[in-house]
Design a protein around this ligand. Structure first.
Ligand SMILES: C[S@@+](CC[C@H](N)C(=O)[O-])C[C@H]1O[C@@H](n2cnc3c(N)ncnc32)[C@H](O)[C@@H]1O
Length: 234
């Protein structure tokens, strides 16, 4: 299914149009229906275009096991659970703690400063929790497992085994992106890893990290903040 896309790609970051992904999706799935929620108004989640990228890749790969790093308010986990009826969704976020609660955040700089933005999101998740999961049916909710841990300290192979879909959207500092990527690659032998915030003006470390990958083909979907790598496909 990804043969043409991979054959025409170079090592490094390849810009592709959303239409290319939608075309691949349409060849795998005739039904164009998706289940969704209105995009969140809170900062820190995904846009409508990002959502279409995630769901297109989800339909194409049809994973049985999904790992998301960065639950936040549970929006992206919810739309994945609503659309992947046969998948277990493991979604990781930091445990509730006084340490997170006491993080100092300068509210005036959260739209410009990546570190401040990340700490704001950590605090908000600590305070509000996974409120979007309340929109799920009991059957959908049963397939979502909240993992309360620092993603960089988790042994992914032990915790999840083999996974075919990983969405990396946790901490955006370079050491976290690097470790989350290593962890994701340790469990995906055939599937996709998606990074959020590629091209972000605030979280520039994601773009820097992926642009420096000298032996991988990475795809950035134009107009989105999603970049992905296909593993185990020819
Ligand atoms: C951008 S938000 C995730 C948004 C969510 N994927 C969505 O689209 O609805 C980032 C989340 O990552 C969490 N996070 C930051 N550092 C983390 C770490 N080291 N381990 C686990 N979660 C982390 C934050 O607490 C925050 O809730």
């Amino acid at each position: 299914m990804f043969k043409n896309l991979l054959a025409s790609a170079n090592i490094g970051v390849n810009e592709i149009k959303l239409k290319e992904l939608l075309t691949i999706r349409s060849k795998v799935h005739e039904c164009p229906k998706i289940n969704t929620l209105f995009p969140p108004v809170e900062i820190g989640s995904i846009t409508l275009v990002d959502q279409i990228v995630l769901l297109s890749l989800a339909q194409i790969i049809d994973p049985k096991k999904v790992v998301e790093i960065g639950t936040y308010l549970g929006y992206s986990a919810s739309i994945l659970a609503m659309n992947l009826k046969n998948a277990e969704i493991y979604t990781i976020d930091l445990p509730k703690s006084d340490e997170v609660e006491s993080l100092q955040v300068d509210r005036d700089s959260i739209y410009e400063d990546g570190a401040q933005n990340d700490n704001y999101l950590r605090k908000k998740q600590n305070l509000d929790g996974e409120v979007y999961l309340e929109n799920l049916s009991d059957a959908e909710l049963k397939r979502v497992e909240l993992i309360k841990a620092d993603s960089t300290k988790l042994n992914f192979a032990e915790a999840f085994g083999n996974v075919s879909f990983v969405f990396i959207d946790g901490g955006h500092e370079s050491h976290i992106i690097e470790k989350d990527t290593l962890n994701a690659r340790s469990v995906v032998s055939k599937g996709v890893i998606i990074w959020h915030d590629f091209g972000s003006n605030i979280h520039t470390d994601v773009t820097d990290f992926l642009s420096a990958q000298k032996d991988r083909k990475i795809f950035h979907v134009l107009g989105s903040l999603c970049a992905f790598e296909l593993i185990g496909f020819e």
